[in-house]
Design a binder for this molecule. Structure first.
Ligand code: ZN
Length: 219
């Protein structure tokens, strides 16, 4: 039995996943999942939990500690410095992370009788993550369908939007206030540091959209 009205949302606690949650709720019930993979900042998962509570949807944390065991990167290792060198992937890059997340999300979705899976991945602000590209998501969709004999729909509504487009979309959905619950800063700071690449990208999106960031207003 499948539930055509229900969807699963990958909720990281960031701005894009919050937007996906709002989009998915327009279509019907939502089951949200977050991943605990030893990320430096527990505030991310806390933000995801707060967003799910605000939206009134179930939120489940899937434990994936193996990711930090397999890789060395600044996202899960406190002894690594966060840096972005030109022409290279940021030091927060975790090989295959999005592929792993989508795969585990799909396994869980099938258990719940859910076919549609929302992810906030975006190719427009492409920071070099190969498994966030549209071509990869389409490829994985085929693979997951074959792997599990099931008709998944990997839905990535933000794939071709700019950060400013995403902010405007959230305003149109009348959920802009949810952004006050989101977490973006690479340094894990509350209030956000305003200096790291993630904070700068977020600020640029709001500035271009001509909308104030509710997160900063809340401080
Ligand atoms: Zn920051």
């Amino acid at each position: 039995m499948t539930n055509a009205q229900k969807s699963l949302v990958l909720l990281s606690g960031g701005q894009d996943s919050a937007t996906c949650l709002a989009i998915a709720l327009q279509q019907g019930d939502v089951h949200a999942v977050g991943f605990d993979y030893g990320q430096r900042h527990r505030v991310e998962l806390q933000a995801a939990g707060r967003l799910a509570a605000e939206a009134g949807v179930a939120f489940e944390v899937i434990e994936l500690p193996i990711i930090s065991q397999l890789t060395t990167n600044a996202l899960t290792r406190h002894d690594q410095v966060i840096e972005v060198k030109s022409g290279e992937l940021p030091s927060t890059f975790v090989d295959g992370r999005n592929m792993v997340f989508l795969t585990f999300a799909a396994i869980r979705a099938k258990q719940l009788g859910i076919q549609r899976i929302y992810s906030g991945v975006c190719q427009t602000d492409f920071s070099g993550y190969p498994d966030c590209r549209d071509v990869f998501v389409k490829s994985l969709n085929v693979t997951l369908n074959l792997a599990m004999g099931y008709d998944f729909v990997l839905d990535t509504p933000l794939m071709w939007l700019t950060k400013a487009d995403t902010v405007r979309l959230m305003a149109n959905l009348k959920r802009l206030d949810w952004y006050r619950l989101t977490h973006t800063c690479y340094d894990g700071q509350v209030p956000p540091c305003g200096q790291c690449p993630a904070c700068k990208l977020r600020a640029a999106g709001f500035a271009e959209a001509g909308i104030a960031d509710p997160l900063l207003d809340a401080q």
